[in-house]
Design a protein around this ligand. Structure first.
Ligand SMILES: NC(=O)c1ccc[n+]([C@@H]2O[C@H](COP(=O)([O-])OP(=O)(O)OC[C@H]3O[C@@H](n4cnc5c(N)ncnc54)[C@H](O)[C@@H]3O)[C@@H](O)[C@H]2O)c1
Ligand SMILES: [Zn+2]
Length: 377
């Protein structure tokens, strides 16, 4: 199977996302075309280092890789780890034309991208995403950053990579739960504006989640095309276009806050429930047929994903707390909190006039739904 190339068109910051099994096998040729440097720092986490660093090293024969290993997990998106990465890069005497590779999930990608953005006021970097979420979302678009005690992703920069190498073989070691979390961001692109892709997702999700290369390649490529189009139209999130990528995220973010941003609920899991909620809320407001919202809920259930807040352990009386979390949402402006709502499956829009009292009334009803027992897939 040959790889699929998706272009992200951003004038002189344009780049290509290469997608397919074995992409890393040809990494040497790809890198030679992008840099004259022979010494290449690779930031990765302690879990991914043991799984995929050797493959990257084999693919980059002829280059000297210098691993910079950070702890696995969200905690690495910190000032302390950023400082360590920056210090290591400076100790290697990198120049702005040198390349640092981010080998890992969204955490490594966001951290490395931000380090690359600030070292010498901006050096080159390449994203080698190893989670499905990173392949379809975080590695494309140039948002980089870290978390602070005040919240997630509050410090960062827009810094586009020089290239993205999405080798589907990396996904063979990814736990099923992380695959499903990544799938949430894939089906999101269908729900935003692509009814045909949404229908494709319904028909192919099971094969994709089982790791079949064909469906995975199509889904990752389609997601990157969708994200690339949105990013090209609105690189720095200055209008409503890029905001559509937040479908399910305002509801989902409140669920993440309610579960303490812990392993109890992964970001993608929260987004899946959040999208189901956004559609059920849209139906309640008469924007779309209730049957369409139910169809998405059933799709998630059909592939063994959570679709209701109670499934994530959210308490039945949590509505007011969830709304309180929404009030803290960083997307809130003086105009209120924008919600991404839908007129149908594949027809979403930004709504700025949604009273939080209506959201709370919806949540009170939504939290009454006790999920039936079903085998965890
Ligand atoms: N920049 C953006 O536009 C953007 C978009 C979405 C999400 N994000 C960020 O991405 C992060 C989440 O990314 P993530 O879900 O990839 O999390 P992650 O990077 O923490 O990876 C999840 C876990 O999987 C492990 N892992 C990674 N690749 C693996 C593999 N191939 N096999 C086995 N285990 C593997 C990691 O060690 C980690 O424990 C968040 O910090 C979020 O804010 C950024
Ligand atoms: Zn997301």
């Amino acid at each position: 199977m040959t790889s699929i190339d998706v272009s992200v068109s951003l004038a002189d910051r344009s780049y290509v996302v290469s997608i397919g099994p074995g992409v890393l096998d040809g990494a040497s040729g790809r890198l030679t075309a992008l840099t004259r440097a022979r010494k290449v720092p690779v930031v990765t986490d302690s879990a991914v280092a043991g799984l995929h660093l050797d493959r990257l090293r084999a693919g980059l024969a002829g280059f000297e890789l210098v691993p910079i290993v950070v702890p696995a997990g969200e905690g690495a998106k910190s000032f302390a780890t950023l400082e360590q990465v920056v210090d290591r890069l400076l100790a290697l005497e990198v120049t702005r034309q040198d390349v640092v590779i981010a080998l890992g999930g969204g955490v490594v990608g966001d951290l490395t991208g931000f380090a690359a953005a600030i070292v010498k006021r901006g050096m080159n970097f390449i994203q080698v995403p190893t989670t499905l979420l990173a392949m379809v979302d975080s590695s494309v678009g140039g948002k980089t950053g870290i978390n602070t005690s005040a919240g997630k992703n509050l410090v960062g920069a827009f810094h586009q990579p020089l290239a993205v190498w999405a080798d589907l073989d990396c996904l063979t070691t990814l736990p099923p739960r992380e695959m499903k979390a990544g799938y949430a961001e894939i089906v999101k692109y269908g729900l935003i504006s692509d009814p045909a892709f949404y229908a494709w997702c319904e028909a192919n999700a099971a094969r994709l989640l089982a790791g079949e290369a064909g469906p995975l390649a199509h889904a990752v490529a389609q997601s990157c095309r969708a994200k690339a189009a949105i990013v090209a139209a609105d690189e720095r999130e200055t209008n409503d276009i890029r905001a559509l990528l937040n479908l399910g995220h305002t509801f989902g973010h409140a669920l993440e806050a309610e579960t303490g941003f812990s392993d109890r609920l992964l970001h993608g899991e929260a987004v899946a429930i959040g999208m189901a909620q956004a559609l059920r809320f849209s139906a309640r407001r008469g924007l779309m047929p209730a049957a369409a919202a139910a169809r998405f809920t059933q799709h998630l259930e059909g592939v063994g994903m959570m679709a209701w807040p109670r499934e994530a352990g959210i308490a039945p009386d949590a509505a007011s707390r969830l709304v309180a979390h929404m009030r803290q949402d960083k997307k809130r402006t003086s105009d209120g909190l924008p919600f991404i709502l839908a007129r149908g499956l594949g027809d979403s829009f930004v709504a700025k006039d949604v009273p939080l009292a209506d959201v709370q009334a919806f949540l009170e009803t939504d939290l009454q739904h006790v999920p039936s027992e079903r085998a965890a897939a």
